[in-house]
Design a protein around this ligand. Structure first.
Ligand SMILES: Nc1ncnc2c1ncn2[C@@H]1O[C@H](COP(=O)(O)OP(=O)(O)OP(=O)(O)O)[C@@H](O)[C@H]1O
Ligand SMILES: [Mg+2]
Length: 340
């Protein structure tokens, strides 16, 4: 290792709508929700990540929580910069770091505009990066699940995150065709909020909705291994008093149906525009699911029923993208798909 390298610190960041993950020295050193809490009067950051998430929906007039990303892209530039800076400080348990030269690889959705790309690059630079590389999320996901992306072989990756679902066919180190749709985990949560309000006359918050999705969420109204009904507390819209109800996975499957259909439409569209030689490959290799949405019960079976293709859920789907980003960081010279 040369003297120059010794001074260069390298980090790989998956800056997600729901979660931010950082890999440093081959290890996931940060895995926290993408949230920042600010003091309204001083505009100072009070907390970021998990600590800020605990405050979400429970703040008083002096605190407000912000999710800097929306639909996979930076929506609040100032908050994003604070978040990246704060997350990097968490490496080394906040003991402080001196970065003479910080190299960053950050992943971005494939459907991102030039302006949105600029925002990611600028936030990284303001947060201290001297050298920034960008990588498209589906490419990172493919590398992360161990697909040999250089091969002349087509693979379909679907990354279902909080803000976006990225559907891409990858071959020869490039994205051949893709669909980026802004329907993902966050929409599932709002579907659940609306459903509980309409059907049960109860108002619930986003965190409760996410909990329902994780505990009893389902993409199919009938499951072989069904979860038990789940008790939910919220505010009764008629009386204003807290109330408890129970919800079943079948109800949630019905309320998520429309959003999942939109994802299915995107998959069919991507398959339709895939060149025939790659279609033939995908018939063999199937579809790989990554991102937190891949954990929704029955989603793999539902996509299989729709496409008749083999569907694989990636191992540790929430970390596939950051793993791939980390591997790309180590192969900066080799991987042509890294953008500077
Ligand atoms: N067991 C589960 N079942 C269903 N959904 C889940 C589960 N676990 C996590 N999720 C959802 O996955 C989403 C987060 O996934 P992920 O971390 O891949 O998103 P992200 O990378 O932050 O977002 P994006 O890629 O869109 O910017 C959230 O909406 C979360 O609620
Ligand atoms: Mg993601």
């Amino acid at each position: 290792m040369g003297l120059f390298n010794w001074f260069t610190q390298e980090v790989a960041i998956d800056l997600g709508t729901a979660n931010t993950l950082i890999i440093h020295n081959d290890k996931v050193v940060v895995d926290e929700p993408s949230i920042v809490a600010f003091d309204r009067t001083t505009n100072k950051v009070i907390a970021i990540g998990r600590q800020a998430m605990q405050m979400e929906g429970k703040t008083h007039a002096n605190i407000h929580t912000v999710r800097p990303l929306k639909d996979g892209v930076i929506a609040d530039f100032n908050a994003a910069e604070h978040m990246i800076r704060g997350m990097i400080k968490k490496i080394n348990n906040g003991k402080g770091w001196f970065f003479p030269s910080l190299r960053m690889v950050i992943c971005i959705p494939s459907g991102i505009t030039e302006v949105e790309k600029r925002a990611v690059r600028d936030s990284a630079e303001i947060a201290g990066a001297k050298e920034v590389y960008l990588i498209h999320e589906p490419m990172a996901a493919a590398v992360g699940i161990g697909i040999d992306v250089d091969e002349p072989m087509g693979n379909m990756i679907i990354d279902i995150g909080g803000g976006t679902t990225e559907i891409a066919v990858i071959a020869l180190s490039g994205i051949v065709c893709d669909q980026s749709i802004r329907v993902a985990g966050d929409n599932f949560d709002s579907d659940i909020i609306n459903y509980i309000r309409r059907q049960h006359n109860i108002m619930i918050g986003e965190r409760t909705a996410e909990k329902i999705k994780i505990e009893v969420g389902s993409a199919l109204p009938e499951l072989q291994d069904p979860p038990e009904d789940f008790a939910v507390q919220g505010r009764d819209l008629m009386t204003g008093v807290p109330k408890q109800i129970t919800v079943s996975y079948t109800e949630i499957a019905h309320c998520l149906d429309k959003s999942i259909s939109k994802i299915e439409e995107g998959i069919l569209k991507a398959l339709e525009i895939t060149p025939p030689e790659l279609s033939a490959d995908i018939y063999q290799t199937g579809i790989y699911l990554t991102g937190g949405g891949a954990l929704l019960r029955g989603l793999d079976k539902r996509i299989h029923a729709k496409t008749k293709l083999p569907v694989h859920i990636a191992e540790d789907p929430l970390r596939a993208v950051v793993r791939g980003t980390g591997i790309s960081l180590k192969n900066i010279g080799k991987f042509k798909f890294l953008m500077q």
